[in-house]
Design a protein. Structure first.
Length: 385
């Protein structure tokens, strides 16, 4: 087996192996450490000697590492029930604890950043180094964050019911982190959401999977060769991944047919309408506004209301969009960028240029800042002509 395929297999087995150890009575934090040790050992051994039962092999190695750690602990006598007898090696049980692990890692007592990190490590099978690289923080910092998260959830019963909405929120946050380091978090979020969809039949899980597929399908067209951002209306739609779009639309249609509308399904419906338009000019903005109306009812989110202002500006004209925008808090993230876009469409280039420059100063990342700065420069150049 080549190294890349081996790593994919290991990451897919991680939650079930961890679940076996926890069900045998292991403390979550100690079990997670033992599984990580087993993954490292597998990466060393498997290329030359692939086991017939990879999951069973991982369970055996992880359990032995766990016992070694427990036996060396000063509290050994308080855990004699755990170390009294090592289970005999053999096929690993078929129980799938993936769903419980998702709920545990998305525990409401954790901060979003800690929940994401713990999910990526315990469910995703990523190493601390990989997660640290993805978040552009020192490995020691990420190790402390994960350790604190594990301590927080170690006392939580493994069979407690969890909140699907919290799990989905964590996965959506992972997806929005995008790419940095050697881990593509957007792709990882899609993989994890597929994994979740395999163990829970819920229309919002399907909605999130559809949403991530539809957004990810446009990825290749989002940046120019020089790395600059390409707005949706200017993207080369021939570079969109039509296979991913077809899959996302199919998943979304099946979810919507169940008539249990949720936030992620509504967001995916907006993304599907963008994906369905052959050109930017043919986008069905009227229907997009209707879906944003549904989202406002579902979430009452200021960010959704901001996006709705853009859609109204496209469907009913820029002045209608500006009227919607005027009712919103101007401290919202990207408010100035939306205002600049609508002002430009309404013909007020001076105000638009000023607002683009203001938006650039508030931009959350370098690529967006550069894009907004270019927009301001473009309008200023037009005004001087």
């Amino acid at each position: 087996m080549n190294p890349e395929a081996g790593e994919v297999l290991l990451r897919s087995l991680t939650p079930s192996v961890l679940g076996v150890l926890v069900r045998r009575g292991a403390d979550f934090a100690a079990a997670e450490d033992a599984v990580q040790d087993a993954l490292v050992e597998a990466l060393r051994v498997w290329p030359a000697d692939m086991p017939r039962d990879p999951k069973g092999w991982l369970v055996t190695v992880a359990w032995r590492r766990l016992l070694d750690a427990v036996r060396s602990d000063t509290a050994r006598r308080r855990r004699e029930d755990l170390v009294d007898e090592e289970p005999a090696p053999g096929p690993a049980p078929a129980t799938d604890d993936t769903l419980q692990l998702y709920f545990l890692c998305a525990h409401p007592s954790l901060t979003p950043s800690s929940a994401i990190a713990l999910t990526l490590r315990a469910v995703g099978g990523l190493t601390t180094r990989q997660i640290a690289q993805a978040y552009l923080v020192p490995e020691a910092t990420m190790a402390q964050r994960i350790s604190r998260a594990k301590r927080t959830v170690s006392g939580v019963r493994f069979d407690q019911p969890g909140d699907v909405a919290t799990v989905l929120r964590v996965l959506y946050l992972v997806f929005n982190e995008g790419y940095s380091g050697d881990i593509d978090l957007s792709t990882e979020a899609i993989r994890l959401t597929r994994q979740l969809a395999a163990v829970i039949d819920h229309p919002e899980v399907a909605g999130l999977l559809a949403l991530t597929l539809l957004h990810h399908a446009r990825r290749a067209a989002r940046t120019a060769p020089d790395g600059s951002l390409v707005p949706l209306a200017e993207q080369d739609r021939g570079r969109w991944d039509r296979e991913a779009i077809a899959e996302g639309v199919g998943i979304l249609q099946a979810a919507l047919a169940r008539d249990r509308l949720g936030e992620f399904q509504a967001q995916a419906a907006v993304a599907a309408l963008h994906a369905d338009a052959p050109t930017a000019e043919e986008t069905d903005w009227v229907q997009i506004v209707e879906w944003y109306d549904e989202l406002v009812c579902l979430t009452d989110s200021p960010v959704v209301r901001l996006n709705r202002a853009v859609a109204v500006g496209e469907a009913d004209g820029p002045r209608a969009g500006l009227a919607v925008l005027a009712a919103l808090d101007d401290s919202l993230p990207r408010y100035a960028a939306v205002a600049a876009y609508l002002q430009e469409r309404d013909g007020d280039l001076a105000t638009a240029a000023r607002l683009y420059a203001e938006a650039a100063r508030k931009a959350p990342n370098l690529a967006e800042r550069d894009h907004l700065t270019r927009q301001a420069s473009r309008l200023n150049a037009r005004r001087r002509q």
